[in-house]
Each structure stands twice: as C-alpha cells, then as structure tokens.
Design a binder for this molecule. Sequence first.
Ligand code: HEM
Length: 760
Amino acid sequence: QNRCCWNCASASSFCGFCGASPTPEIAVQNRCLTYLKLPFLGHLPFLAVKHLRDPKRRQYMDMVTMQHHPVFSNIVGLQRFVIISGYEAIKSAFFDYGDAFSGRPRNPFYLLVSGGKGVILSEGSTWKEQRRFALRVLRDLGLGKSRMEEVISAEAEELVANFAALNGRPVNTKDLLSKHNKQRTTPATQQQNQHLQQQQQPASPTTTNTSISNNNNTSISNNNNTSISNNNNTSISNNNNTSISNNNNTSISNNNNTSISNNNNTSISNINNTSISNIKNTSISNNNNTSISNNNNTSISNINNTSISNNNNNTSISNNNNTNISNNNTSISNNNNTNISNNNTSISNNNNTSISNINNTNISNNNNTNISNNNNTRISNSNNSNISNNKNNTKNNTCKNNENNTTIKNYINNNPDFKATIDHVTNVTQVGSPAQFLTIFYPFLCQPWIVKLLPGLNRSVISRDWLSEACQARVNRIRQKFNEEFGEDIVDNASAAEPVNFVEAYLREQRRRLAAGESTLGSFDDEQLVQTVLDLYIAGSDTTTSTLGWLLLYSALHPDEQRQCQAELATELSEAPVRLDDRRRLHRVLAFIDEGMRMSSILVHNVDRQVALLNICAVFLIQKLNKHLLNIAALRVLRDTEFLGYLIPASAIVFINLYGHHRDPRYFPNPSEFKPSRFLDSDGRYQASQYLIPFGLGRRSCLGESLAKAEVFLLFASLLQKFNIELTDECLKLGEDLLVGTDGIVRAPEPHQLRLVPRD
Ligand code: HEM
C-alpha cells in the first residue's frame, strides 16, 4: 500500500521512475509510468523501448515532462537525474529552493574537468565568493557600460564589412559569426582560427563560376563559397569575390580589378580593387591601391576600400611568422625609411583606422610589443602585445602596459597555436566518448588508473590540464608585470588606479587579503583564478555566436518581420550606427531578439539528455548524451529535499527544462509560431516577459547576461540595418530540419547557408 507502482515495493527511498517516495502521502501524488528499474542499468532499457514507439523524441519528452510531471526522474546506471518543468516548478526551484538546488554535479568526471573550481562547476562558499567577485570585476571593467559598447560596436562594424565583402553570396553565417566571436574572444588568433575552420570544411568548391585546379601537393582550402588550391607553377584566373590561398611559385591573377601574385607559403584574401604582390623576402614599394609583402606563414585579409601605400625608397613592411592582419577601410601609410615588422602578432584595424609611421620610424611588434597609432584606432594584439590607442591622439603613443584595455576574454591567448586551444576546449566541453558516458553513470569507474586506459576520458583530462597550464603561464606573465610596475605598493583597489583586467583585479584581491592579515587566500588561489578565466571564456563563446546564428536564420525565415525591424531602424536611426541606448526606441528589434531567444533556447534543458538516453542502442547517440550531461544548467541537490511533494535525494543531478518551458502554451500561446509581437504591448512598445528566461533565474543564473544582451543587440541590429537576410535554395531543401538544432552544450542551428544582401 506504500507504493505508487510495483516497482516501488522494494524501493527503500525513491521510486525508480516517477520520483515518488514510498511514504504514502507523498507517493499518492505521483503517477508512475510503470517502468521497472533494473539493478545496475536503472531505467535504460525501458526508456529505449518507449522511445522506439515514439520517433518524435523531443515532442514526446516535452509532453511527458510538461503535462505529467513537473518533477520527472529516472536512474541511469547508478546516477539519478531529475528534470524540473513548468514555470511554477522552475521558479520555485530557483527561488524557494535556490539554496538547496545551488550545487553542481560532484561526479568524478565533472571534478576531473573542472577541479571543482572556477564559477560554473564550483559550489558552496567558494562559488558564492568567486561569483560575487567576478560579477563586481566584470561590471567595473565595463560590461554593459560604454567601455564595452565601444569594443562591441567596433566588432559590429567589422562583422558588417566582412558580410558586405561577400556581396550577397551564400555563406555559412556561423563561420563569420564565430570568427568574430573568436576575434572578440581572442583577437590574436584569427589566422589559426581560419585554418581550423578550413580543416573542418570539405575542400570542395561551393559556388558557381569558379574555376579550380588542384595540383600536386596542394594544401589550401577556403571555407564557404569558393575554395581554390594551387600549387607548383600553376596559373589561375579567378573572378570577383574569390578567396585564394597559394603555395610555392604560384601565380594568380584575379579579374574584376584584383591582381594577386603570391609566392612561398602565403595565404591572402583580397577582395575588389586590390593589388598585391608577394615575393619572398622582398621589400616592395607600391603606389595606389594595396601593396603588401608577406613572408612566411602570413595571412592577410584586406577587405573593401583598403589602401596600403608604401611610398618612397627603403620602405618595407614585413609580417613574419604567424601574423594575421585584417584591415577594413584602413589606410596605412609608411613613408621614408620605415620598417615595420610584426612577429607573432595579430593586428585588427577596423574602420577609420589610420596608422602613420613617418620618417626613420622603426616599429617592431614582437612579443611584448610597442605600437603607436593615431586617430580613432583600435588595435588589439595579443600574445603579450596588447595595444590600444585612445581617441584623438595625434602623436604616437607607446603603450607601456601591454595588458592595457584587454578584455577578460583575451587572457587565454598565451598560446600562439589557437587551433590547439580550440581543440582542447572542445575536448573538455564537447565530451562524447563512451568512456565518458560510463564514468558519469558509473562514477566508481573514474579512477586515475582507469582514466588512463580510456582514451576518450584521458583526452578530456589532458586537454583540461593543457588549458590550465596555458592560462597559468599567462597569469604568471601578468603577475610579473604587475609586480614590476607596482612593486609591493598596491594593497587595495582604492590606493591605485583601477585594475585594467580581470587577472590584475584578482592579484590585487590576493594582496589585499594578505595585507589585511588574513592567514590564507581563502578561495582566491591561483588555481581558482585560472579556472575562472577558462570558465568565462568557454561560457561566453558559442552561446553568443549560436544566438546570433538563430536570429539570422529566423530573419530569413520571416521576411515580413525582418522588414518591420528594418523599417524601425530606418525611421529611428536613419544611417546612424546602432548604439546601446537605442534599445529604448527599437521596440521591434528587441521583440524579435526575445522571440528568437525563446524559440532557440540555446541552453536547452534536461529533456534532450533524456531523449538521448532513449537511444541506448546507438553508441553515437550516447555520445550526444554525454555532451548534454555537461550542460551548465545541471544542478546538484545539496541535501535531501522535499520539492513539490517529491523527495529528491542529495546528489541527484537536476536539470531545469528551459526549452520545454519556452514552448509552454500557458505562457506563450501558439508556442511553435514565430511571433515577435508577443513581446509588444498594444501601443507597439517592447514589453519584456517575466516568462522568458534564457539566462536562467536566481542564484546560478548567467553571469554574462548583460554582456551577452549587449553583444546580441548591437551585432544583430547592425546586420539588419545593412543587409537583407535571405534563404538559399539549400535552406529550402532542408525544410523543417533547419530548425531542429544541433546537439551539444549549446543548441546551435543546423549547418546552413544564408545570403546577406547589402541594402541600398
Ligand atoms: C546569449 C548568450 C548566453 C546565454 C543564452 C547564456 C545562458 C546561461 C544560462 C541559462 C546559465 C545558467 C545555467 C544554470 O542555471 O545553471 C548561464 C550560466 C553562466 N553563464 Fe551564460 N549565457 C550566455 C552568455 C554568457 C556570456 C557572454 C558569459 C561570459 C561573460 C557567460 C557566463 C556564464 C557563467 C560564468 C555561468 C555560470 C554561472 C554560475 O554557475 O554561477 N554566459 N548562462
């Protein structure tokens, strides 16, 4: 009589499937779905059978979780999972039970990849202290304020220029968006990032009117649109908007006013009216248009209206080793006896940038580089070189402090090989081997000696160590400079100038604690610092990129809504660039963004994990499950908690069903309809909804919410202002599949191409 199903008869505390406690008054509230729990396997086999009957996995799980159980539970292997669905239950979990539900999974696997430190996977007093500190520092550094707005606006301009250069040709928007995201994140690493993307793409041409010859030993691929590889003594003619990389002794001429000749390991993208000659170890003087000489492993993209003129004798611009320069609407003039050499340096020169080095000037940008720049220039160089130049400086300013104006995301850049960085981040976040699966469901397998035997798991651990070491090296360099610059003087923030970056703020906090006579640093140790930096990097990258990807896709799918936003932009701003303040008057754009975030729910929910469990027979789907299990929305119950009549035992992993909630017709009528007007009042003014919670709620809600909102608004509105976003035939063929979304920690759109056609 104490059971809600026959499976509960022998249960000591918790019904295997429905989550009921055998205590009668609690059990009676539950409806058990009569699944048997098997020893060691839990509910896996039954979930699989159920799934076979319902191929529409996501809809089925939404139905189960939304309609039957605000609290839905099962055991997989030895691990109990609980899914909380429905706004009232979610709100109650976040607020009424905020403390009990504020843990993160303590499974040995999570500990292996995070060390239990940082912000995302830490808990208890360490997490509270670190979260409070990170929030304060990010706010002081300018997140959501004008300082950050300048950085994001500059990125928006660059993003617009890069899309404009495609002139409406189909493009996989994710490539450009993530390139920019990575630039915002790690400006020094654009070149490596491009190479990474190139490797991920098939090396086949994707546009028409392109002629391609591939000869022996060719290793060139250009993503999206045209890909051309040329090698030894090859001659190629290419039309407008062609991206070309060339190896040894290759001569290329591009029509439509583009002329390029490249020798030796040079990669160049030139668009419209650009003339470039690249000859090994050569110094070239060129007039008009663009002239660049590049040696060894140099990648340069000059897009639209770029003019680099090196006049007069003895002028040489050499970009050596791993140099990546993007110049948009940039004019660089180097006159008389000027020598600029950039080693291991990344320079992004955005719109309206002017760099003049005049007369007997020698600028060397090596590690720890000094650079002087003039008017309206934004140059960010990482790899120990970080230079920003203030507005309206007419003189050359040399930056002493190379960390100046570095955003938090730059710190990961201590390793020149960005591809390796990305790979390692992927290994940590996008887990996917059966070994990882096993250790999450059977934690006792997570022993050091077993880990070494399981390649999939070992890879995650090695990558996490690699990233930690890279961050640690970076922190050490900042610490050294900090000590050199300030000696022992600074003990608190009030006695010196504001810290210029997160690491410096952290170092100051360490000193303040020691000076205050505190015996230990508490949670402010170096390992904690390194993990926090990694957390911010990881949490802030693909989230924003994917959100923008969805917004562009929804714009293309709903041209009427798109036009209304564009009309609003035209009426309110005319041609003026979008500013954060404009949020007060761009009601339609805000409503569009909210609706896009509701529909996409990029940090999905637990249901998807459950869904993947149903595919137990297919190893590759188990791999997807593993990805979901690292979803940062996973919480741990800190103590046995009675929640809405269900007893949730300590150590259960709890997922909040954000995706299901955002499709709940009680709060969003006709939820599958894309309808931005649901966020507008009767006067057409933007009206935020308390039910839209893509950033979570309560204590563990998103720490980067204001930054993410600023980025998404500025970038999306700027793109809408300049382009008509259109579907391609490929999208039409994909049909509904286009909106399924990828598996993984972040739900991104399925790969697709769009056209961004410049507006008159
Ligand atoms: C559109 C973009 C973004 C979305 C939709 C998003 C969403 C979320 C959500 C739903 C959570 C809460 C998970 C939970 O309840 O446990 C979260 C946590 C977090 N987010 Fe974001 N996020 C975004 C961008 C960012 C950015 C740009 C940053 C970095 C500055 C960031 C840093 C974090 C951190 C550190 C946490 C963990 C907070 C904690 O555990 O205390 N996020 N995010």
